[in-house]
Design a protein around this ligand. Structure first.
Ligand SMILES: [Zn+2]
Ligand SMILES: [Zn+2]
Length: 245
């Protein structure tokens, strides 16, 4: 039971920082916050994503490219250009690494307002940090797993962020329904989206990428938007007016 609780906490904490900090803040600038809270989000992203920590700059840059070029050859992760979900994940990883290491030409126009904390980024994305997190997950399983078969779940912890990314970027461009006809294949994954923090209301998001609330129809629900409204009321963040419209 403790292991299942650990998986749930890890799943949702990682998802929360991915959707609110990396996606809605770093990539889309839907809200502003003080440098103190920005640093708190950097640290929260590192703790929650752990061994699969994603660099906010590389994430935001790739995501902006995805919105600009969805489904064409410049899209860094269109399912249309991969044979299966594993080659898709590998291709996305290589592109991510090339952005992070600046092995490709970076379009400066796409880098505006992406939060940086260079010293912290060096630590959080180091192999030493990733190995320490992997060791922590293994030690938790040694201490609390009821039997050896539970260890088969460890890769979910090791690769939490790529798993979330693959579910959204593969399945939300392949299956599900569309509220908005667009020049891309994005879809909404109701009711699975509830387990994905609203991220899988992807067709809605592609149609209106500036809007903080990804839900559009009466039966759709974006839990991350609800949390953002609470943080907004508590003055932790300030959601921009056009993101609320
Ligand atoms: Zn998309
Ligand atoms: Zn987006």
């Amino acid at each position: 039971m403790l292991i299942l609780t650990f998986i749930l906490i890890h799943w949702y904490a990682s998802l929360f920082f991915q959707t609110v900090f990396l996606h809605r803040y770093a990539a889309h600038s839907m809200f502003k916050m003080s440098r103190f809270w920005e640093k708190a989000f950097f640290i929260g992203t590192w703790i929650s994503q752990g061994s699969s920590y994603l660099n906010p700059f590389a994430y935001a840059y790739m995501h902006r490219l995805h919105h600009m070029h969805a489904e064409n050859e410049k899209d860094p992760h269109s399912p249309d250009h991969s044979y299966n979900i594993f080659s898709f994940m590998l291709k996305t990883y290589h592109y991510y690494a090339s952005v992070k290491n600046r092995d490709i030409v970076i379009e400066e126009g796409l880098c505006k307002r992406i939060p940086r904390w260079h010293k912290f980024e060096k630590i959080s994305e180091s192999w030493l940090s990733r190995l320490i997190w992997v060791s922590i997950y293994i030690l938790i399983y040694i201490a609390f797993a009821p039997n050896i078969y539970f260890f088969l779940l460890l890769p979910v912890h090791f690769f939490m962020s790529p798993i979330h990314g693959a579910i959204i970027n593969w399945f939300s461009h392949k299956v599900g329904y569309q509220n908005f006809e667009q020049n891309n294949n994005s879809t909404n994954l109701f009711p699975i989206e509830i387990f994905l923090g609203g991220e899988a209301l992807h067709n809605n998001h592609h149609a209106q990428p500036w809007k903080a609330n990804f839900a559009k129809r009466w039966f759709e629900f974006d839990p991350s938007y609800l949390i953002m409204r609470i943080m907004h009321a508590l003055k932790i963040i300030t959601i921009h007016k056009n993101a609320l419209k």
